[in-house]
Design a binder for this molecule. Structure first.
Ligand code: SAH
Length: 366
């Protein structure tokens, strides 16, 4: 039996190599690339400007693997959560978030939040995905296809992409970067690099690697505390990369890129919203110009959290404003993130495929 080569996820040089091995001219690869990505073809039959003969050859040796839509939930606020099935029976979620500025005709922003892994090994205590354990990395095709399928399904063009769904993008660096190259490419999915944000729990080596690269994508760090002890309680990854090494890496990133990283910060009542935390942020902003995204804590009670996860409570809205204003007074740019999609468990940190097979594969991860 021939094992067919899945073409979705290949970049142009890889497609060129593939067509040359079939004895075809290089330009065929450009055609294929355009069909796979810009025109989002789901099968070879759709590729009408490619000869029938070559399409038959392609169908005999290659395939186009498509994510299967399992369910789609639409929130009261318009947020849409997709559950996609993968070829091996596992599943992932992607979330489509409409623009907040509903009144402005001009604001056509449509953001997709994509997953990079099935589950996540990092076990952050406030995150539903963390509680579900880790199964595997997604390949580049599975990352790219979330954009293609969400676009096809919604019949709208996605303008912004955030790598903030299930998983840790920097544990799947190669596939994430390959997906970005295709998604960003004008002949591919054509989403501007400045409209693409990668969010990390804090892999120091990879932050530095990204700083040394040309890709002008944006970087966000899930910080949640500047206090090493507190952050370790929330995010065990801090044992491997302590807060000071993280800040050094972010400083390096800023120096190299001259692009301000975003610090994501979930506010937990009485835990990381105190005057001492404000002071620590002010100190940090003297070193790195900060952009802070304050995130209300979204309930994960539906996964029955344990340990510190039970004790964490959201900071009340009025105290979030107090915290935000204190940072603004220090010249820090602050955004308070809206809590889209909570009613369908599609908000930040709520993604978890509860019935998935990955549940049995919980690992320590670091
Ligand atoms: N692993 C990456 C990307 C996935 S998490 C990272 O850590 O950045 C995406 C964002 O959702 C992160 O900022 C994360 O801290 C936040 N998040 C996780 N659980 C949350 C919750 N219960 N409420 C609010 N935000 C949460």
């Amino acid at each position: 039996m021939i094992i067919k080569k899945n073409l979705k996820g290949l970049d142009l040089p890889e497609l060129q190599k593939f067509v040359e091995e079939l004895g075809e001219k290089k330009y065929r690869a450009v055609q294929l690339y355009g069909w796979l990505y810009a025109k989002s073809a789901q099968s070879f039959d759709e590729m009408t400007d490619i000869s029938k003969e070559f399409r038959a050859v392609l169908a005999s040796v290659a395939s186009i693997s498509n994510l299967q839509l399992v369910t789609k939930n639409i929130s009261k606020d318009g947020t849409t959560k997709f559950l996609f099935g993968l070829e091996d029976g596992l599943a992932i979620e992607s979330v489509l978030i409409p623009s907040a500025k509903k009144t402005s005709e001009e604001d056509k922003r449509l953001t997709l939040c994509v997953s990079t892994q099935v589950g996540c090994p990092l076990d952050c205590k406030f995150c539903a995905t963390g509680a579900m354990g880790f199964a595997r990395n997604l390949n580049s095709g599975e990352i790219i296809d979330q954009v293609i399928q969400a676009q096809q399904n919604s019949k709208k063009r996605i303008t912004n992409l955030v790598y903030m769904g299930m998983g840790e993008p920097f544990l799947n660096y190669e596939n994430v970067m390959k997906s970005i190259d295709v998604i960003n490419d004008g002949r591919g999915l054509n989403i501007g690099a400045r409209h693409i944000t990668i969010s990390t729990a804090g892999y120091v080596d990879k932050i530095r690697q990204l700083a040394d690269e040309k890709r002008p994508v944006k970087l966000a760090l899930s910080l949640h505390s500047l206090d090493n002890e507190k952050r370790t309680k929330l995010m065990p990854i801090t044992k491997k990369f302590p807060v000071d090494t993280l800040i050094d890496a972010l400083d390096y990133y800023y120096q190299k890129k001259r692009s301000r990283p975003t610090f994501e910060y979930i506010l937990f009542d009485g835990f990381n919203d105190t005057p001492a935390d404000i002071k620590a942020f002010k100190q940090l902003s003297k070193r790195i110009p900060c952009k802070v995204n304050l995130i209300p804590f979204h309930s994960i009670s539906f996964i029955n959290p344990s340990g510190i996860g039970v004790l964490l409570k959201p900071t009340p809205a009025q105290n979030i404003e107090v915290f935000a204003n204190a940072l603004r007074e220090a010249g820090i740019t602050v955004m308070v993130r809206s809590s889209y999609g909570q009613d369908i468990q599609a908000a930040c940190g709520q993604l978890a495929v509860i019935e998935s097979k990955v549940r049995s594969k919980k690992t320590e991860g670091i």
